[in-house]
Design a binder for this molecule. Structure first.
Ligand SMILES: [Fe+2]
Ligand SMILES: [Fe+2]
Length: 195
């Protein structure tokens, strides 16, 4: 009886009983169980969690101050161009509020607490609360605040790097919207006529 020819498949080494991938999965599961109280944060979280929470609380304060400033501008806008610009102020206020909510949610996911104490919000905010004298002044102050937010958010993103991709992605989304805000405000100032 002639020996059966060895096929390519038969000549391959048998697969190890427990592949490295499977043992990795069980290690990951064990780690996940160990710190259940940490919620979404696992041992593989590579960033300095307390530093990220602190930075996010500063971004949160910045957003809240921006909401308040845009709301003030929305209610106080008057003059020939007020109607068109009022709706822009209100839309920005709502978008800054949505940013604040996302940031607060992420702080909680990281095991921190969103600091919304009104006594310290303006001190921690990167952007200022400036009321502005007239409509043009308001738009200018909003542009200044947006530019400050853009710079500080970019710094936060660079600091976090790839150590916390979820926070980084969130801040990149927010940064993109602040850039849109700044662009819209700059366009308004460009074509400005009257007070
Ligand atoms: Fe914002
Ligand atoms: Fe903004």
């Amino acid at each position: 009886m002639s020996a059966k020819p060895v096929t390519k498949i038969e000549s391959r080494k048998p697969a190890p009983k427990s592949s490295p991938f499977v043992s990795d999965i069980s290690a990951i599961r064990a780690r996940a169980r160990k710190h259940i109280e940490d919620g979404a944060i696992t041992d593989s979280y590579a960033a300095d969690r307390q530093a990220v929470i602190k930075l996010l609380n500063e971004a949160l304060a910045t957003e809240i101050v921006c909401v308040l400033r845009y709301k003030r501008h929305y209610f106080m806008a008057s003059g020939l161009m007020a109607d068109a610009i009022k709706s822009e102020f209100l839309q920005h206020a709502n978008e800054e509020q949505a940013h604040a909510d996302r940031i607060a949610e992420r702080i909680v996911q990281l095991g921190g607490e969103p600091d919304l104490n009104p006594d310290v919000l303006s001190k921690r905010s990167h952007a200022e609360y400036v009321e502005g004298h007239d409509l043009r002044d308001m738009v200018k102050e909003d542009l200044v605040a947006e530019r400050i937010a853009i710079d500080s958010y970019r710094e936060i993103i660079n600091y976090i790097g790839d150590k916390d991709t979820t926070t980084k992605r969130m801040m990149e989304d927010i940064l993109a919207q602040e850039e849109e805000h700044a662009d819209e405000l700059a366009d308004m100032l460009d074509g400005w006529t009257g007070k």
